[in-house]
Design a protein around this ligand. Structure first.
Ligand code: SAM
Length: 296
């Protein structure tokens, strides 16, 4: 559990999972700070990154750099599926992933399964740039556990995106083999999933385990990296899995040009970024593809 250290002017993200390292953001004003049924929820206005959502002391998103993450976790899978019509987002109560999913005209419905309705409520109040899309008529909101939800819904979705917090508290079960088996069963033929893939700077053992689980369930499993300054280590991974063994997930289906990307208000993702994101640093590739000890 994070014990974030808040003093007069700084928020410091302190967590035993990344002992001795801390992301800090200047605080202008604390806007919300309550405990929900599931976690501590805080929102503060930062001095340079806009409003910031924090859950159990861990930064979830900031208005300034959230687009880097929301775009990658959404467009990597959506642009690996030929015709996404029904999409499921697990977690993601801030609305950022749903906002990106709605940019595809083929999508007829996106279901958001968020366990903590307080996160949705607080995001609507303090981070409208992400949450305002939740009122779109194509959006269905289900407040409940993502694990139970995928257990009850089989062969229903073209794309499932798990935008989960770290594996503590309510998110713990979203990093276990049984969850990925259920995700596979919840997909329609040619389905694709993408899960938040932590950071190789502090989470390589966990990432290796999860990729191992995914390889037991899916014919194609890939790991991509992107940059988000306010996530631990400044980089965040994405675990992309497909059910069609003939589809190379590292190659985007749609080669959007700059005019199209501007029209979709996409500022980080591009077909070139899609392909390059799977080119991994040697220490990461070595651990994730070979039976080597984890050393960094
Ligand atoms: N982008 C952030 C990251 O990478 O850490 C995650 C943001 S989003 C706010 C994470 C959400 O997952 C939280 O709102 C949390 O309540 C939700 N969540 C955690 N466990 C869940 C579960 N078992 N089912 C559904 N939602 C869950």
């Amino acid at each position: 559990m994070s014990q974030s250290h808040i003093d007069r002017t700084w928020f410091r993200e302190v967590n035993t999972a990344w002992d001795g390292y801390s992301v800090s953001l200047g605080i202008e004003e604390i806007l919300y700070d309550e405990k929900s049924k599931y976690q501590d929820i805080m929102v503060f206005k930062s001095t340079s990154f806009g409003n910031v959502l924090v859950l159990d002391g861990t930064i979830q998103c900031t208005e300034r750099d959230e687009f880097t993450y929301q775009e990658m976790i959404s467009h990597l899978p959506l642009n690996s599926h030929p015709n996404p019509v029904k999409v499921l987002v697990i977690g993601g109560g801030d609305g950022g992933v749903v906002r990106e999913v709605l940019k595809y005209s083929s999508v007829e419905n996106v279901t958001l399964c968020e366990i903590d309705e307080k996160v949705i409520e607080v995001s609507k109040q303090f981070i409208p740039s992400m949450s305002s899309c939740l009122s779109d008529p194509r959006v269905t909101i289900h407040c409940g556990d993502g694990i139970s939800y995928v257990t009850e819904h089989t062969e229903e979705f073209d794309v499932i995106i798990t935008d989960a917090s770290d594996p503590v508290g309510p998110a713990e079960g979203l990093y276990e083999l049984t969850f990925y088996e259920k995700l596979k069963n919840a997909l329609r033929p040619d389905g694709v999933i993408c899960c938040q893939g932590e950071t190789p700077w502090f989470d390589l053992p966990l990432i290796k385990n999860v990729i191992g689980y995914c390889r037991q369930c899916f014919p194609t499993v890939e790991y991509a990296l992107g940059n988000t300054p306010t996530y631990t280590g400044g980089s965040i991974g994405y675990i992309l899995c497909g059910t069609n063994p003939a589809r190379d997930l590292k190659i985007p289906i749609r080669h959007f040009n700059d005019v199209e990307l501007d029209a979709m208000n996409i500022k980080y993702y591009s077909p070139e970024i899609h392909q390059s994101a799977f080119v991994l640093p040697r220490f990461v590739k070595k651990v994730l593809t070979e039976e080597v000890n984890i050393v960094i």
